[in-house]
Every structure is written in C-alpha cells, then in structure tokens.
Unconditional design. Sequence first.
Length: 301
Amino acid sequence: MVQEGLEKVGEVIEQDIWGSIKKFLDLGLHLGEGDKQVDLTIGLLLLLVISLIVTNFFLKWVRGLVTRKMVEEDKHKFISLFKFINYVVYIAVFLITLNIAGVNVTVVLAASAGLLLGLGLALQELFQDVIGGIFIILDKSLLVGDIIELEDGKVGRVLDIKLRTTRALTRDDKIIIIPNHKFISDTIFNYTQNHKQTRENVSVGVAYGSDTELVRDILLKVASEQRGVLKSPQPFVLFEDFGDSSLDFSIYFIVRDSFVDPKIKSEMRFRIDKEFRENGITIPFPQRDVHLFQYPKKDEE
C-alpha cells in the first residue's frame, strides 16, 4: 500500500506539478520550421538571466582578485580594460547558453548577419576608440597627469583615461574629451612622457650695434630671478642668428610644470622689456627701404 501511494504521489508530481511547470517554461514564440526553428520561451529567458547573473558575480570576483594588490593608478587602468573583457564574456556566455538550450546559434547569427554588418559599420569608430584605449592602457604611452598637445595646438593635462575616451583639462580651464583613436591616427606631443620637467625658451631681437654681452647677462639675470624656472640645469643663452632687422637671441630654461609655462614666459618678457629699457637696449621692428623711380613722360622725350 505504501509503495503504491508513493508511486501515485510520484506520478502526480511528474505529470501534474512538473508537467505544469514545463508547460509554463515552454510558453513563448516558436519561429521557423524544422531544423531552422528558433524557440524563444520563458525557460530560455530564465536560463539566460541566471547565466548572466552567475557570470556577473564571477567577473566581479575575478576583478577583485586581480586588483587586490594593485596600486590605485594601475587598478583604474585594469578596470577600464576589464569593462571591454566583460562585454566579450557576456556575449560568449549568451551564445553558449543558447546553444546548450538547443537553439541553433548558427541560424540566429545567419538571420542577423545583415543587422550585425550594419551595426558594425555604424560602430566602426567606436571600435577604433576601444582598441585605441586598450593600446593606451597596455603600452602606457599616456598616463594620468601627462601634459599633451594635439595636432590643432591645444594643450591639456590628462585627467582620466577611459576605454573609449580620454579627458584632459586645457590651459583655459576647460575639459576636452578626446576619442582614443586620435592617439593612434594623429601625432600627439607628450610633454611629460619621460619626466615632468621640460625645456622652454623665450626669443628676443635687439638692434644692430647693441652690446651682445650685456644682452646675454640681462637674459640670464631674468631667468635666474624668475619664479618657476629651475636653477639646475642652469639657463643658457644662444645667439641664434643675424636677422634682417635684429640680432636674434634666445634664453633656454627648465620648468617643472610646462602646463603653466605661458604665464612664466609672459612674466619674463615683461622683465626683459623693462631691463632693456633701463640699459638702453632697443628692440627693433622690421624696416624696409622703398625706392621710387620716376620715368620721363613720352612727350618730354
């Protein structure tokens, strides 16, 4: 009797309860026929959701395990790269789950080939930005805090490097957002790639006949007293050329922060102009001699 009762309970569970659950999970859309049929059911959706949730927890665990002993700067770079890895893993898990559930993935990909092609063309620049971001992070060609100059002449200090874009603060205190593919296709000047110090210069021309030794001494004095200019390596003066209207000199010096060097150069030019006036040294302007020739008129001939 007990055995029969257990068998009846098993039949009820299998046929009624489990049967009802199975029918519920099989509800959905059934597209196509035969081998090309695609079943979009509630069970498939639940399986996908569970797979993505498990994958999400697994990826977070891996990220925490890898970044646990990293310094803060490297940790931010890895997280940016890891976001791209997340997308790839999610897509792979999605396709594998469909295949395990009995869905012919080849048919799905073939049916959406046109859509994927159009999407790929539309997102071509996005992919270039992502690849550029990966290269930047891996080869460390750009770091947070670097001072860069773009092809259009804009100078900025790098604030943040993300997978698709890089943010920089310009000298006008504005944020410029640079697509990462620019660092692959364009020529970018990195002022601080090797070190934070950079060599700058201020050029000036003086009139012919000026005391060149005095000019050199004044330029060195201005550089040595200028705030922001390093004492070592010492500034030096070059007699650049005999110009058309002036003797051309340049004072070269080292600054610790090239981001603010326009302000330093401006203050030095004020000082140079003042010192030249006090010492009787003239800064000439271009002069041209114009000769007028008057030809006799025909009737005078």
